[in-house]
Design a protein around this ligand. Structure first.
Ligand code: FAD
Ligand code: SF4
Length: 510
């Protein structure tokens, strides 16, 4: 029976069972669409990477003998809408049934369910064969529990998938080496070179521009740096395993103005588009550790594997467990706008300038820049989580809602009131100074809370603590901060709060 099978832009999994045998009855359908370029304002590198990767994938499966109908953004046949495009292909090939892989975003899931209902055509929905866990597994693991501790989930994953295990015990004796993952990057060390590619993507960029798609950030169309094919993905993974993994854990939380990437893998786009599978990434990291136990250090490898087998699967499970209500949560009832410099990088705060510039130049920032600089600042500045999310969902090359939302709304903004995190990830200049070299070249003084050039993070931090006292003072992980606040003299408290109010009034000029 003639069948149309839909491949979404983040379903570029060459190992999927769909592609293992050529079937003359099957036509695969892939579309570049305004529906996808316009649901949020994306970084130009993100749109380009997805289209380039999709085109590459199309060529690869065509070479294997599969039939593919592919609409580029400027194709005359393109209706720019998923439902209309799929139906058009079904009609044009005379298909009597269709199929798709479970989408990872709620938005697309709903749209596809609607299409199924409306058409009454036989439809087969299959797994993406990408994640370790099914959509429902998170709910099964935490059934009857009132909290969703990542550490519990992670240990279950380690055991179930036999990763870094020695019998039923963790290799090295500990499950988690987080405490060893917090080193500052030393002044004398030279940061490693990132694995950067150069690809001419000018045809795609000019097509996007001609179509009038509104984007953010910068791109050099003649030398696009991101890996987008399976072969490039394999090379990126090998580079990470051989050159960066041995220091990954140690400097996982470090930030430096001398490197945009430090020891981070830059694999998130490859993973989220499913060009690489999490299993192969984890297996390679584990294998290299087992071969080089002495030189590698368990904390480096465990720290990396925890991000993929732990956090990545956990965030996806939580997203499906909590949607659609999760998208509305705003625990602190924050209402402010995002300051202008999130779109330009034009701020005197050196840490913010670095994190935002990295985001706009590279469609990338590493985890601690996202969490403890831009996310931290937005939370301290009382920005509405919807605005924060729109920025994160747009700006990063790896941003897809299932992983962006629990990280942004949950982990970074605590808008879920503590489902993901046990306390808000807020910090004053103390932490930023401890983990980075940003403060020494900053216009602001990291030691000052009030007065001229006082670091905005300091007064905003204490204002946040004070403002949300009724929601946070009972949180045992916050109690020390309330004890410190209580010890300040009234006058000092007032000065700090006044300074914070002044900064909030001038937020776009900081
Ligand atoms: P590495 O540091 O090398 O980590 C290896 C891999 O682990 C990553 O590629 C990623 O797949 C996975 N990983 C690490 N941390 C997390 C995490 N917290 N949640 C899920 N997976 C994780 N990640 C996304 O993939 N897409 C997003 O849209 C996204 N938005 C984020 C928003 C905020 C506010 C925060 C704090 C984090 C966000 N993250 C997101 C998680 C993390 O910051 C990125 O995965 C990471 O920075 C990507 O760079 P990398 O590949 O060099 O990661
Ligand atoms: Fe950031 Fe404050 Fe340090 Fe400047 S002084 S880099 S604003 S933490």
């Amino acid at each position: 029976m003639k069948t149309v099978k839909l491949i979404l832009g983040d379903q570029l999994n060459l190992s999927h069972s769909w592609f293992q045998e050529v079937d003359g009855q099957v036509t695969f359908a892939m579309f570049e669409m305004r529906q996808e370029t316009d649901y949020v304002r994306h970084h130009i590198q993100k749109v380009t990477a997805f289209f380039a990767a999709m085109r590459h994938f199309r060529d690869q499966i065509r070479e294997q003998g599969h039939q593919v109908v592919y609409y580029t953004l400027d194709d005359d046949r393109n209706q720019q809408d998923l439902s209309r495009n799929v139906m058009q292909v079904i009609e044009s090939v005379g298909a009597e049934q269709w199929g798709y892989q479970w989408p990872d975003e709620y938005r697309l899931d709903q749209q596809l369910i609607e299409m199924r209902k409306k058409w009454e055509l036989p439809c087969e929905v299959v797994d993406t064969e990408h994640f370790y866990t099914s959509r429902e597994e998170f709910g099964d693991i935490f059934e009857g529990k009132s909290s969703f501790l990542m550490e519990n989930f992670y240990r279950k994953m380690r055991k179930k998938h036999d990763v870094l295990m020695s019998g039923d015990q963790p290799v090295g004796g500990e499950w988690n080496y987080d405490a060893e993952n917090r080193k500052k990057f030393p002044k004398k060390e030279t940061p490693p070179d990132p694995y950067i590619l150069e690809r001419d993507v000018s045809d795609i960029v000019s097509m996007i521009e001609t179509a009038g798609v509104q984007t953010i950030g910068e791109i050099n169309p003649l030398s696009f740096q991101w890996p987008i094919s399976r072969a490039e993905g394999e090379k990126s993974l090998t580079y990470f395993i051989e050159e960066l993994l041995f220091q990954f854990g140690s400097y996982q939380d470090a930030m430096t103005s001398r490197s945009d990437f430090l020891f981070h893998s830059r694999l998130s786009f490859l993973l989220n588009s499913k060009i690489l599978s999490p299993r192969e990434v984890v297996a390679k990291a584990e294998a290299v550790y087992l071969e080089n136990k002495e030189s590698m250090g368990i904390s480096n490898v465990e720290g990396f594997i925890r991000q993929i087998l732990g956090w990545r699967e956990y965030m996806r499970g939580l997203y499906w467990h909590q949607m659609p209500e999760y998208a509305q949560l705003n625990y602190f009832e924050h209402e402010n706008e995002l300051p202008n410099y999130y779109w330009t990088g034009d701020t005197k705060m050196n840490c913010m300038q670095h994190a935002i510039r990295n985001s706009l130049d590279n469609a990338y920032a590493h985890h601690i820049q996202r969490l403890m600089i831009t996310g931290n600042f937005a939370l301290l500045a009382g920005v509405h989580p919807d605005h924060v999310e729109a920025w994160y969902l747009g700006v990063y090359i790896d941003a897809i809602e299932w992983v962006e939302m629990p990280n942004t709304r949950g982990m970074s903004q605590f808008a879920d009131g503590g489902i993901v995190a046990t306390k808000p990830y807020i910090a004053s200049a103390n932490y930023i100074h401890k983990m980075s070299d940003y403060c020494k070249d900053c216009y602001y003084d990291n030691k000052k809370k009030v007065g001229e050039r006082a670091c905005p993070f300091n007064s905003l931090y204490w204002r946040f603590i004070k403002q949300h006292e009724n929601k946070l003072s009972n949180n045992y992980r916050m109690s020390m901060m309330y004890r410190i606040w209580d010890k300040y003299e009234e006058e000092e408290k007032n000065n700090i709060l006044n300074q914070a109010e002044l900064y909030l009034k001038q937020i776009d000029d900081l």
